[in-house]
Design a protein. Sequence first.
Length: 164
Amino acid sequence: MATENKNLSQYDKNTIPSAKNFRFGIVVSEWNDKITNGLYTGAEKALLDCGALPENIIRWDVPGSFELVYGSKRMIQTQRVDVVIAIGCVIKGETMHFEFVCEGVTQGIKDLNIQTDVPVIFCLLTDNNEQQSIDRSGGKHGNKGTEAAIAAIKMADLQHKSTR
């Protein structure tokens, strides 16, 4: 697995642009909330550590991962954010539901990145079991939310540099 030998929470702060002047939208799925709240905590801590102001971090909750796309779209349309982080967790079950939700969210977030000028960061865990999700939301592999926050800062910076 891709994260087996990588800690998702590690970053070199000296290589990250300041987050001070950016507004961050974070859309969080309520489904598997033990996991998604852990991911949010990792993202929020990293953003603050890199200079984001607490008042410039806007959190919206949506019922499930499939709703992340709509929540992200509305966040972009109404909140004047520089970047959105879409946080969710889908754990494989015995039906095709896992594949449909994962594919829909992946394509939806890709579409938002193509259709808007606001980057949307994919922070959707798609694991085979709950333990894998725990390991990636603050457990032994670190926190994917932290990694997503660092990507968000870099993409907001890129977006600002490319529009000057």
